[in-house]
Design a protein around this ligand. Structure first.
Ligand code: FE2
Length: 199
């Protein structure tokens, strides 16, 4: 994240602070406040985005080995944080269990063979803005913590590119982070709620 986007994110946080759910109370920590920040802050696209990936129920399209994981989350309207964004289109991409992207390249789905496109895909949110997709726990690659990339698009909203961080080390990007619940089989990654800004 650039310094400029940090500043923008914090300015937006202050702008929208009144919309943070009252349930967070006055004892809210900065990390909790950032997690609740609406709209969701943008983050780098990174070098490996492939557009127009197919709609999938499992990002692990070709049975790669690793720790199976279910990703579940929700897309909401930042201007009305209790209102879901039905039909939001989410493009996800992440590393496999060994820290590799497939492909380690950027472009469009049609530029590649279908079997080169893996650990990525498109998911459509349901009528309540909820989405769910199977995957593998993404391995870290130096120097980045485990993360999942998102492009989120919905009619009437500004497109959002962001990243979610998993099981990060203390002090390392505390926002938009959630613990993987490994007591569930398969492990559950409750993704931070995504708040889209109306266009
Ligand atoms: Fe990445």
């Amino acid at each position: 994240m650039t310094d400029e986007s940090k500043v923008t994110g914090r300015r937006r946080f202050l702008q929208y602070a009144a919309m943070v759910p009252a349930s967070l109370g006055l004892s809210v920590t900065w990390a909790e406040a950032e997690e609740a920040m609406v709209p969701t802050a943008r983050d780098m696209e990174g070098p490996f985005y492939i557009s127009n990936t197919p709609v999938v129920t499992n990002l692990n399209r070709f049975g790669k080995t690793g720790e199976p994981m279910r990703i579940a989350g929700r897309v909401m309207n930042a201007a009305s944080p209790e209102t879901p964004v039905p039909g939001a289109r989410l493009e996800l991409w992440q590393t496999d269990g060994r820290g590799r992207y497939h492909p380690q390249d950027k472009g469009d789905y049609r530029d590649f063979r279908d079997d080169q496109i893996d650990m990525r895909g498109t998911v459509i949110a349901d009528s309540e803005g909820r989405f769910e997709v199977m995957s593998l726990f993404p391995a870290e690659y130096w120097p980045r913590p485990s993360h999942i990339h998102y492009w989120v698009r919905a009619e009437g909203f500004r497109p959002l590119v962001t990243q979610h961080y998993l099981d990060t080390r203390p002090g390392n990007r505390p926002h938009r982070t959630a613990r993987v619940i490994r007591t569930q089989k398969p492990a559950l990654y409750p993704a931070p709620t995504i708040y889209l800004e109306p266009a």
